[in-house]
Ligand binder design. Structure first.
Ligand SMILES: *Cc1c(COP(=O)(O)O)cnc(C)c1O
Length: 226
């Protein structure tokens, strides 16, 4: 795909986002995080060249490698994957713009301890397992408000900005919609939350219609994978 074809492809994705966004309201803003986990640094550079600034990775090592390879570009790096405790220092060293995957009070407290030692802070989203899937991490919806409040209270160096969810992994639209609505309902009850990160390549339009303010798009933005 040459640059022009690539630009045209991205424009079709943006048009879909526009349509879904306006379905909510003309004031509803949606930010795209381009998930670069399937592609190399050169693909990130190509997307940067047509205007994308925010990129996401789900492995600390990949985040390190790509951000180092592209350190001359003013990119915003998001961490979207499960974080093992033994990788906490490695992640903090990279000073990510936003961590989407804070999935328990226990992890928050482990992060808080390192943040305090390093005199840093971290912007993060609390992940909610709104589809109740065994394979997914995240706080269960019933516990979400309380856990969010506990993290806010016990972990002052973690600045919670909102919530993240992965939609139900099924083909049934009502079920996916229900998982997004569950997350959005919690989001609306949180004090000072501004980010509702939900929606991936297969379900971003639905997620936006359910109130997502941030979508994480991988395969649909990097068609070399298609
Ligand atoms: C891989 C990944 C995405 C993007 O997936 P696509 O379906 O390729 O858009 C979004 N969020 C998380 C947490 C991911 O791991």
């Amino acid at each position: 795909m040459d640059t022009l074809e690539y630009k045209r492809h991205i424009d079709t994705v943006i048009e879909k986002i526009e349509k879904a966004r306006l379905h909510v309201s003309g004031h509803h803003i949606v930010k795209i995080v381009a998930v670069s986990k399937y592609v190399d640094a050169e693909a990130v550079r190509a997307l940067y060249a047509i205007g994308q600034r925010a990129f996401g990775e789900n492995r600390v090592q990949d985040l390190r490698d790509k951000s180092a390879a592209l350190s001359e570009l003013p990119l915003e790096w998001h961490f979207i994957g499960s974080l093992q405790k033994n990788k906490i220092n490695n992640l903090l060293e990279l000073d990510p713009f936003l961590m989407h995957s804070l999935d328990s009070l226990d992890l928050a407290q482990a992060l808080e301890e390192r943040l305090e030692r390093q005199e840093r802070s971290l912007d993060a989203l609390m992940q909610i397992n709104s589809a109740y899937e065994e394979s997914k991490s995240g706080v269960l919806p019933e516990a979400a408000l309380e856990t969010y409040a506990q993290i806010t209270q016990l972990c002052p160096r973690i600045r919670l900005k909102g919530v993240m969810s992965i939609g139900a992994h099924v083909n049934d639209e009502p079920t996916i919609r229900k998982s997004f609505e569950t997350t959005h309902r919690i989001f609306e009850k949180l004090p000072n939350a501004t980010v509702c990160s939900m929606g991936m390549s297969g379900d971003f339009e639905l997620a936006i219609r359910c109130g997502a303010t941030m979508v994480r798009l991988g395969s649909v933005l990097f068609p070399e994978r298609l």
